[in-house]
Design a protein around this ligand. Structure first.
Ligand SMILES: C[S@@+](CC[C@H](N)C(=O)[O-])C[C@H]1O[C@@H](n2cnc3c(N)ncnc32)[C@H](O)[C@@H]1O
Length: 340
């Protein structure tokens, strides 16, 4: 599947991209050279939450190999999970960061799966021959300086009926993280000053946590009981420093997850309307939203069903998002929009 020569790297990209995009991307690349993500150890991620619904939509044609690409594979925990779940697929992966790819290659070896890894940017023409039946991109497009360009480029590398599955930060789910991030950006804007930013973060956490006893005495018995219950669950959860929400877990060391959450040079967040804009700009036909905007009719008052059925896709999805009391991230399945 891979082209043998002219693998684009950050330093030799020609193409039509302009200086600011390349510079922004170089910052992202340097960031992931320093802090490969997610570097979770030996255990791959289980992809079933998106792979099962994608599989139901795929027309797997017998007789020829099925080609899957992970765009922005990081340390490979997702793509190796896919390779284990689908040993019959031919799998490729691309990432900007060579240190991340080194971890991904070792993880693939450890699990004895074969993946064609490449270093490069999916904002450039991809270094692979042929097209993919499925492209997955998780937690990555929101870190590019040109998300519509990224999606457009990935769609161009799909087969005619190929699918794209994409995960993005959710505007509401990740609100707590971005509030702390913005506070740190104002007080210490230098993202490479990790120790100082971390010290500020710890001071903020300590400042927000006045004497537990004093706070407790101020509470009504009902609220106090709820606080005890919440503290219990939080303590259980905090045994592991989380790579995923809740981002506001209290970090005690500037570890990989903390650096990723609070010192990243380039992040975008999305609600359903943002995804709509991205899809329109990129020529993406969204078939299904599995996270934010997921169609769950039980959220609608019974009498609204007919009105709902008459709405366009994006109004329906936004309504679902607004009616959902639990914030989620974005996980969409889509394809190349038909040209009229
Ligand atoms: C947050 S990590 C996600 C890793 C993996 N997809 C996961 O979910 O476990 C984002 C990854 O996207 C990569 N990335 C960002 N922009 C990219 C681009 N334009 N081309 C290739 N990789 C990119 C980064 O190097 C980083 O490894």
């Amino acid at each position: 599947m891979s082209k043998p020569a002219n693998k684009p790297g950050l330093t030799d990209i020609t193409g039509s991209r302009t200086g600011p995009t390349l510079k922004a991307e170089a910052r992202v690349s340097r960031f992931y050279e320093r802090a490969p993500y997610p570097d979770l150890g030996a255990k791959p991620k289980n992809p079933s939450h998106w792979l099962d619904p994608v599989r139901r939509r795929l027309e797997i044609t017998g007789g020829r190999a099925f080609h899957y690409l992970d765009a922005g594979c990081g340390t490979g925990h997702s793509v190796v999970g896919v390779a284990l779940a689908q040993p019959d697929w031919q799998i490729s992966a691309i990432d900007l960061s060579e240190p991340s790819l080194a971890i991904a290659r070792a993880l693939a070896d450890k699990h004895s799966v074969s993946i064609d890894f490449h270093q490069g940017s999916y904002l450039d023409p991809l270094p692979f021959d042929g097209r993919f039946d499925l492209i997955g991109t998780f937690g990555s497009v929101h870190h590019t300086p040109d998300p519509p360009g990224a999606v457009r480029n990935l769609l161009a590398h799909l087969t005619a009926d190929g699918l794209l599955v994409m995960h993005l930060y959710g505007r509401d789910l990740d609100r707590g993280k971005f509030v702390i991030r913005e506070i740190l950006d104002i007080v210490e804007p230098d993202l490479s000053a990790i120790d100082r930013r971390f010290a500020l973060y710890r001071e903020l956490v300590a400042h927000r946590r006045p004497s537990i006893l004093k706070r407790f005495l101020d509470l009504s018995p009902r609220v106090a009981l709820r606080a005890v219950r919440d503290a219990f669950y939080k303590a259980r959860r905090r045994r592991v420093e989380s790579w995923s929400p809740p981002w506001t877990d209290e970090y005690r060391h500037p570890t990989g997850p903390w650096i990723d959450h609070f010192c990243h040079p380039l992040e975008n967040v999305y609600n359903v309307r943002d995804v709509q804009k991205l899809a329109e700009e990129a020529g993406l036909d969204v078939l299904e939203m599995l996270g934010q905007g997921r169609e769950t009719l039980s959220r609608l008052p019974q009498g609204w069903r007919n009105d709902f059925a008459g709405m366009d896709y994006w109004d329906r999805a936004r309504l679902m998002e607004l009616l959902d009391v639990t914030a989620r991230s974005v996980l969409v399945i889509g394809r190349r929009a038909p040209v009229h």
